[in-house]
Design a protein around this ligand. Structure first.
Ligand code: ZN
Length: 473
């Protein structure tokens, strides 16, 4: 095993011929906070077995309610966002298996041998989407203690299955990041509850598919692909065939272990659930869902770079969150877009990182941000002043112009005022002037500092330096 880990560490993606497919599982974010087939609350922080009822604990005689319509709307939006064809008649299947996390003995799902998924034949950033489907989450069973917590039983889950179009672990990581960003635009997935994936990896020449189950973070997905590719390549090098099998990822050991042969994969005895009518999705509903979708992040990046000449990395950061992107677009319409990009991407995000808050948690309103950026653009306030105003704006909103007026924070830009300060500084600091004249460039910084002090920080250092140089000559 050590050997494989070393091979995984040494080998480079470019040397390999890999096919990688992902099955991404996430919790659907529903505003009504209700489970899929009952009204129990979705609350990840609740004490075990407190958000439960006869339906989600599978009591004899209990019948599911009609599926949470918000979850249905969200899954259709997800499928549409991934350019899938959306099916018109969605049937919940019973997927039978015997496990302590499943009190009814079956899981209600739109996946499986005879199922019609919600969406099919999609494409996201060049990677084919095989299907998108909806299912309920099982309970949480702890094999150590044997205890079962039913709070999670019945949470609505989305599963996104890709075609094996990814070629490197890094490509998979970047693609997944972009997928979650894009789905965050429609608040489709509850990211606080985590995203999991099953990973399919196969290597040349046979490309026999090996599935690795239960990979629970982006970092683990990369590690699992690296490990599995190296393991399979070693099999090929040593003249063995790669067995088609299902393996489990052991995150603490950083390795995958054999779980079961593909051929003996469990027979789930799927049948359509007789308690649940099929969900009909009309063509006009599909059209309306598509019309409501926001512009995708990738399209935003392209537009920012093309129309506004924004640096590509800045454009990616600005479009990584829909709130930030919307704020940027409004600011870019009011001031120079490059200036807006710089201030939002660097300064606003610095302030938010410092206060460990997301944009949605602070009361930053676009009107005040634009007021501030206009003052910066017109050089009415210095960058330093603007930064400190931005920090205050992240705490609570206020009228920026009034604030600047009231506190007399306008930049000292008038040349005669600055010349007066510079003249004073030259008289007061003869030693520094002499040093500068003898070629010590650093002495100028000291002089600039002295003038900045006189202006109470309201002058622009570059401007002061220019005037000083001119006057000292
Ligand atoms: Zn319930």
């Amino acid at each position: 095993m050590q050997q494989i880990a070393e091979a995984a560490a040494k080998s480079h993606d470019s040397e390999r011929k890999l096919k990688i497919g992902l099955e991404v599982h996430g919790y659907i974010n529903v505003e009504n906070k209700a489970k899929l087939f009952c009204n129990c609350e979705i609350d990840a922080g609740a004490q075990p077995n407190t958000t439960i009822c006869p339906v989600c604990t599978g009591q004899p005689g209990s019948k599911p309610m009609l599926p949470n319509s918000e979850a249905i709307d969200k899954i259709i939006a997800i499928a549409a966002m991934l350019d899938c064809r959306i099916n018109g008649r969605l049937v919940f299947q019973r997927k039978h298996y015997d496990w302590p996390d499943m009190p009814t003995g079956y899981q209600r799902t739109m996946s499986g041998s005879y199922a019609v998924p919600v969406g099919q034949e999609g494409n996201f950033l060049g990677v084919g989407i095989e299907e998108v489907h909806l299912e309920e989450d099982p309970a949480r069973w702890d094999p150590e203690t044997g205890q079962v917590d039913y709070n999670r039983s019945g949470y609505p889950l989305v599963e996104i299955v890709t075609k094996p179009d990814l070629k490197t672990a890094e490509e998979a990581r970047v693609w997944l990041r972009k997928l979650t960003t894009t789905l965050s635009y429609i608040k489709a997935i509850n990211q606080d509850l985590g995203i999991k994936a099953d990973v399919n990896v196969s290597v040349a020449p046979a490309f026999d598919r090996v599935e690795i189950k239960n990979v629970n973070s982006f970092r683990s997905i990369v590690r699992a692909i690296e490990y599995e590719a190296a393991r399979q390549q070693m099999e090929v090098r040593e003249g063995r065939e790669v067995a088609r099998e299902t393996r489990a990822w052991k995150d603490t050991d950083g390795m995958s272990v054999f779980m079961r042969q593909k051929e003996t994969s469990v027979d789930y005895l799927f049948i359509p659930d007789p308690d649940l009518p099929a969900v009909k999705v009309t063509a006009s509903e599909v059209r309306k869902a598509a019309e409501k979708l926001p512009e995708k992040p990738a399209a935003k990046v392209e537009r920012y770079v093309k129309n506004w000449k924004i640096d590509h990395v800045d454009a990616e950061v600005l479009s990584s969150e829909i709130l930030l992107a919307e704020l940027f677009e409004k600011a870019a319409a009011a001031v120079n877009p490059i200036l807006a990009a710089k201030w939002l991407r660097r300064e606003l995000l610095r302030v938010l990182n410092y206060s460990k808050k997301g944009l949605e948690e602070v009361n930053v309103d676009e009107m005040h941000i634009i007021q501030l950026l206009k003052l910066v653009e017109g050089r009415k306030v210095t960058d330093e002043t603007a930064r400190s105003i931005l920090e205050k704006l992240a705490e609570k909103p206020f009228d920026v112009e009034e604030y600047v007026k009231k506190n007399n924070l306008f930049a000292v830009g008038e040349t005669d005022v600055l010349e007066k300060y510079c003249g004073e500084a030259i008289i007061e600091n003869p030693a520094a002037v002499a040093d500068y004249k003898s070629g010590k460039e650093k002495a100028l910084n000291f002089m600039v500092g002295a003038v900045m002090q006189k202006s109470k920080g309201k002058a622009t250092p570059q401007r002061v330096a220019e005037i000083l140089k001119r006057m000292i000559k």
